[in-house]
Design a protein around this ligand. Sequence first.
Ligand SMILES: [Zn+2]
Length: 74
Amino acid sequence: MSSTRETYGLACPKCGSDRLIVVRALTWLMLCGDATPQADHCQDEWDDDSQCACGKCGYNDQVARYTARERGVI
Ligand SMILES: [Zn+2]
């Protein structure tokens, strides 16, 4: 299993964990007639200003703060 550090370059700036990072993203839904809305996973959008939380310690801040390369965590 890859880490969030390997896949996204993200790690928690507080505890250094790179196992689970939760990002608040804008998701586009596909609506068609009377069908149940379906998420279009290819259209999920988030950026450096999106809210983000560490799955280990709960630290919450913007994605830019989790950028491992900038924080010298890598
Ligand atoms: Zn953490």
